[in-house]
Design a protein around this ligand. Structure first.
Ligand code: BGC
Length: 751
């Protein structure tokens, strides 16, 4: 809603001033992910041609930019400042794909709250997070930033993160406005190739990919960022039906929509026309701010006077429509500034003392360390973990004592020097001195190493022969009671524009694992990665496999906690395939006419070269999977009534017992099957989860409530015509500790 103040301000502004507010540039103080950021920010500010800046690195520069902006604006319109705060700001948390696996709204809210506090203390009031792109193809490098493959989990993650970032008042000194990204279906890029386009059914687009956005908007997210890719032939920066029609029209979003980095200019490369044409298309599609490309700044002044006639693009737009759209977009920019309290005091978030005491405070580091335990996934354990007190440990791997990789991708404000290495963390827990050797380079291809070092050096190729390094590691393993090998990806092997064709461990690390396993010393693999890797062989060779993801500032401490006995609380938010050729693979697979298992011998949906022990939909490790240091017994689920009607509520109960000797946690998961419907439905879909902690011998009943609305699904010929419908009949409720190991109970639900 436009306030009197904004209406009065708009009435006094010239067209050029309004267009200036739609311009968004980078401060040039951080990394660039496209063509170079415009250097002349000062010149823009002196003429009032800039609405906001992202990528500032200190409160001092925020203050300086703000002073210039106020001096250059006839109406003293302040800037707002934005930043990529993807998994923490100064204190870096585990990657979003890891945090999502905490299956804990409390953890998501707490980590987002810390991120908001640290960013806001530096004058940053909009963060380009949460990234809530559903990611189902591990070849895509931005899996690292996403909450994984499931819309229900991603929606709960979106809500909790927005709550943590925004709190209940955006004028508070410790809150920021969230920016849901990337709208829409950026994660559905064909072949997992970053920036590539997506073709999806309306059911999948709205029922799966749009769901987290619906949830984030309902939770109050104040802004959204458009995606680079085209969806069903229309690039998202020009996708009026999805932005104006679905996001604003159906989902009720009334905040600010920003372009991604040069996303408007890139519409020309997508084939939509020249600079003027794509400018008009983006503005009318509902993109309010132009990031980096400055198409709005250059083309809107003329378009607002002459309109556009572009028959080759099938367009004819009146000048009046452009002016009205500029007014709408500018009003949204100013409204956000007002919500942030910047008109009352443009310097309200510029407190240098607060910035220093807030960043990386002991309290924030504690939240980070706890979040690691909550998100680390124990994939295999034959009993070697937790490490025995007094054990002689050999620590091996190029990333074992390395600070340059642990923060993971998109940690643009993280301080490597403040990060704890695995060696430091583990040594602090052990009585005996730790032996630490490299064993192998992360990768051995110099060209690949060069590419991976794009944002600073993280891969250091050794001068020594590979065989010598392996020999050294083997000798260390032989002299130890247990060998812990840190293997996986370099920091930028997962991330933006880091798609892979091969999900195996890089060859030098494979050879290292084989040689270590051959020593007979129990082998613990700590896997540092931003995406699912194909770990079939390595899992068979190792005694234990711990998935650390990229764990952030407290990595060494947090992973050492888990290795020495803290309960590993993480579960997989994305399926791990056995082999690259199996992707995309997801638990919510659809049935086919020749389903696996259940069809005779060879003629079933699967792969002839994959053993029957690896089901095509669950991969090597299924969605929701993760072991505990104790064991749990799940009783079969029960329902109060097995016949329901209309608006009844189904109550599904499951009794879980800790059958081991240690206190531990499990994530009780509820899936639903709808065996007969109007269209083919996924075989199972997540509809509820609850993380519980039980003492040895303790039993707990966990209850889930569902109504018809929870069982509805999306159906429609095109996105805007999608309806959520529900078909009466049989529904099967399945409960268990992951998407594979489930027990069920059926109900009949009448209309
Ligand atoms: C990314 C966005 C990011 C933006 C600004 C782009 O390359 O796709 O996620 O917010 O850069 O840094």
């Amino acid at each position: 809603m436009t306030t009197d103040r904004i209406a009065a301000l708009m009435a006094r502004m010239t067209l050029a001033e309004k267009i200036g507010q739609l311009n968004l540039l980078s401060a040039g103080e951080g990394p660039e992910t496209g063509s170079a950021a415009v250097g002349n920010i000062r010149g823009r500010l002196e003429k009032g041609r800039l609405g906001a800046i992202f990528g500032t690195k200190s409160v001092v520069s925020v203050r300086a930019w703000q002073e210039l902006a106020l001096a250059g604006s006839r109406h003293a319109i302040p800037l707002f400042f934005a930043e990529d705060v993807i998994h923490g700001h100064r204190t870096v948390f585990p990657l979003p794909i890891a945090l999502a696996g905490a299956f804990s709204p409390a953890v998501w809210e707490a980590t987002a709250r810390v991120a908001a506090r640290e960013a806001a203390a530096e004058g940053i009031k909009q963060v380009y997070a949460p990234m809530i792109d559903i990611a189902r193809d591990p070849r895509w490098g931005r899996v690292a930033e996403s909450p994984g493959e499931d819309p229900y989990l991603a929606s709960r993650y979106a809500e909790a993160t927005v709550r943590g970032l925004e709190g209940d008042d955006l004028t508070r000194p410790d809150t920021v406005v969230a920016c849901l990204k990337h709208f829409l279906a950026y994660g559905a890029a064909v072949g997992g190739r970053d920036y590539d386009n997506a073709s999806l059914s309306a059911e999948e687009l709205i029922g799966v990919y749009a769901e987290p956005f619906r949830a984030g908007v309902a939770a109050g997210a104040g802004s959204v960022m458009a995606a680079f890719n085209a969806v069903n032939k229309r690039p998202m920066h020009a996708h009026r039906p999805l932005i104006e029609g679905w996001l604003r029209g159906k989902a009720g979003f009334d905040g600010l929509l920003v372009a991604d980095y040069t996303g408007i200019a890139e519409l020309s490369a997508h084939g939509l026309g020249d600079g003027a044409t794509v400018t008009a298309l983006a503005l009318l599609a509902g993109v309010d701010m132009d990031m980096i490309g400055e198409n709005y700044l250059h083309h809107l002044p003329r378009l607002a006077v002459e309109g556009l006639d572009a028959p080759e693009a099938g367009l004819s737009i009146a000048a009046g429509d452009i002016c009205a759209a500029v007014d709408r977009a500018c009003t949204r920019v100013l409204t956000l500034k007002e919500r942030l309290g910047l008109f009352d005091d443009p310097f309200r978030y510029c407190d240098e003392a607060r910035a220093t005491t807030t960043a990386l405070s002991p309290e924030h580091r504690r939240v980070a360390r706890d979040a690691i335990a909550e998100s680390t996934v124990l994939l295999k354990n034959d009993g070697v973990l937790p490490l025995r007190t007094g054990a002689r440990v050999a620590l091996v791997g190029a990333m074992a004592d390395d600070r340059t990789n642990v923060l993971g991708t998109w940690a643009v404000s993280g301080d490597q020097a403040a990060a704890v290495t695995f060696r430091e963390g583990l040594q602090a827990h052990l009585e005996e001195p730790l032996t630490c050797v490299k064993g192998a380079d992360i990768v051995d291809d110099p060209e690949l190493a060069h590419r991976l070092n794009v944002h600073g050096q993280t891969v250091f190729l050794d001068d020594r022969p590979a065989a010598l390094m392996v020999e050294e590691a083997v000798a260390a393993a032989r002299a130890a009671d247990v060998v812990v090998a840190v293997v996986g990806e370099a920091r930028e092997y997962s991330g933006e524009c880091s798609s892979r064709t091969d999900l195996d461990l890089p060859p030098p690390q494979q050879r290292l694992v084989e040689a270590l396993a051959a020593t007979g010393t129990p082998l613990v693999l700590v896997v540092q990665t931003g995406r699912p890797l194909a770990l079939e062989r390595e899992t068979a060779l190792a005694s234990a496999v711990v998935l650390a993801w990229f764990a952030g500032t407290e990595a060494g401490n947090g992973i050492a906690d888990v290795l020495t006995g803290t309960e590993p609380g993480g579960r997989l938010a994305i399926t791990f395939p056995a082999r690259t050729g199996q992707v995309p693979v997801l638990y919510a697979a659809e049935p086919t006419g020749r389903p696996y298992p259940g069809h005779f011998e060879k003629f079933k949906t699967g792969y002839v070269d994959l053993p029957d022990t690896i089901p095509p939909a669950t991969g090597l490790f299924p969605f929701g999977f993760g072991l505990s240091y104790t064991t749990f017994d799940y009783a079969a689920p029960t329902v109060e009534r097995d016949r329901l009607a209309g608006d009844d509520t189904a109550r599904v109960r499951v009794v879980v017992t800790n059958t081991g000797v240690r206190r531990g946690s499990t994530v009780v998961q509820l899936y639903v099957s709808d065996p007969v419907a109007r269209i083919t439905r996924p075989m199972i879909e997540l509809k509820g989860f609850k993380k519980i902690v039980l003492d040895p011998g303790e039993t707990r009943e966990v209850a889930f409530s569902l109504t018809r609305r929870d069982l509805a699904y999306a159906i429609g010929e095109e996105p805007l015509a999608v309806e959520w419908v529900w078909d009466p009949g049989v529904f099967v409720f399945r409960t268990g500790p992951n998407a594979r190991d489930l027990q069920s109970v059926a109900v009949h639900w009448d209309g």
